[in-house]
Design a protein around this ligand. Structure first.
Ligand SMILES: *Cc1c(COP(=O)(O)O)cnc(C)c1O
Length: 425
């Protein structure tokens, strides 16, 4: 294995290029170690991670408590399949349902699988509870959504790169503009609609934050029409936006299992990414009994879903979020970050605006979507020790781990400031 251990960055990149499918276009940096808000490349250069694996690593890299849960459980039992019970799943389900305030949880592995699961539950609920005629159920989705990569999920996508030559697509999907209550109201006139699925903030679309009250109004309209409101919080959830969930809105409690009223309580909640702190693929769908009871033995499953390793890791990861008050930290640092970005924006023509909530933010670069400017800025940021990735040609997402300190954040602000001010198109 010696040859693999002393790879240079270029050698590692060449290997991926030659032997791996080219389904990604990574920034040319090869990481070998992570700790908290930092990652190191194979040459030993240290960087701030300002992507957090698309908000999976909210708890920071290799959090000791989560890694301990992983290694302890790995020595006892890793997988039983659901053919048998294991002693971790029930405990995790009890913990997570209390934590998020739902009756039941259905465990899966990836975000896309959890979205698929939610859509299956919604269709079945539509037929069995709402009385939609067989095979007529519709799901309303939003333009510019990102819910994952399966064929059904890309059937809901309007991104040509994600969809071209992957048809035929799954029928029964109605797409409406995001942040448009009138469009939703109109689409809900159709009595065959089973569910409306939305991201509380559209992350991949470039951290697009809807108008204040949009999600709340959408939720109320769905209730009125007996349509399930499904929140895809795979990216916005687990403290990222300064609350445990983005749908908590302005509720001031740290925990979803709180005394206050969440602003919006989705009928179906989809979680993934940071539910495991990025340590292991874990995702989940949460709902109350009257919805979840449509799923009966044999209807749905996953060999790895609910495995004991995942349960131990996810429990520890959620404990870290609560014990280290990561939602509060994200809210506080997010305010500071956006105000610092506003100050920089006032001093440069290169950036048009900053938007976001908590530590899910993006800056919009003063150039076209087709330009490479955002990429080139990310390359310059990398040289200066900070890793971020464009979401479009002109948008850069900034989403560091939530364990960041104020001093570290200000250090990052100065890296971003000097990089932007020195940048020449
Ligand atoms: C990342 C993401 C998904 C898909 O998760 P995977 O684990 O990559 O399948 C779904 N929805 C949203 C909002 C996401 O950000």
């Amino acid at each position: 294995m010696a040859v693999l251990q002393d790879l240079t960055s270029q050698q590692a990149i060449d290997l991926e290029n030659k032997y791996g499918a080219h389904n990604y276009h990574p920034l040319p940096v090869v990481l070998t170690k992570g700790e908290g808000v930092f990652v190191w490349d194979v040459e030993g250069k240290k960087y701030y991670d300002f992507l957090s694996a698309y908000s999976a690593v909210n708890q920071g890299h290799c959090h000791p408590k989560i890694i301990k849960a992983l290694t302890d459980q790995a020595q006892n039992l890793t997988l039983t399949s659901r053919a048998f019970y294991n002693d971790q799943l029930g405990k995790f389900e009890k913990f997570a349902t209390a934590y998020f305030g739902y009756d039941k949880l259905l465990p899966m592995n990836t975000g896309a699988e959890a979205v698929e699961t939610a859509l299956k539950i919604a269709r079945k609920w539509g037929y069995e509870k709402k009385g939609i005629p067989a095979n007529q159920a519709k799901i309303i989705v939003c333009e510019n959504n990102f819910h994952g990569r399966t064929i059904t999920i890309i059937s809901a996508s309007n991104d040509p790169v994600a969809t071209e030559n992957f048809g035929p697509f799954t029928p029964g999907i109605v797409s409406i503009p995001y942040n448009d209550i009138a469009a939703l109201s109109e689409a809900l006139q159709d009595e065959h609609v089973a569910a409306f699925i939305a991201e509380p903030i559209q992350g991949e679309a470039g951290v697009f934050v809807p108008d204040e009250g949009y999600i709340k109004a959408a939720r109320a309209l769905c209730k009125e029409k007996n349509v399930l409101f499904i929140a895809d919080e795979v990216q916005t959830g687990i403290a990222r936006t300064g609350k445990l969930l983005a749908t908590c809105g302005n509720c001031n409690c740290a925990d979803r299992n709180c005394s206050g009223e969440p602003e919006v309580k989705p009928d179906v909640l989809i979680l993934g990414k940071a539910i495991s702190g990025g340590v292991f693929p874990v995702s989940a769908v949460l709902a109350n009994d009257e919805i979840m009871e449509v799923i009966r033995p044999g209807n749905h499953g996953s060999t790895f879903g609910g495995n004991p390793l995942a349960c131990a890791v996810a429990t520890a990861a959620l404990e870290v979020v609560r014990d280290e008050r990561l939602a509060e930290n994200a809210a506080e640092l997010g305010e500071l970050f956006r105000s610092e970005m506003e100050r920089i924006i006032a001093e440069t023509d290169l950036v048009l605006k900053v938007r976001g909530k908590g530590l899910l933010n993006a800056i919009v670069i003063n150039d076209t979507e087709e330009s490479s400017t955002a990429w080139d800025i990310c390359m310059a940021l990398k040289e200066n020790g900070l890793l971020a990735k464009p979401t479009h040609g002109n948008i850069i997402r900034f989403a560091p781990p939530l364990v960041m300190t104020k001093e570290q954040l200000m250090d990052c602000v100065s890296i971003i400031e000097s990089t932007l001010k020195a940048f020449k198109k």
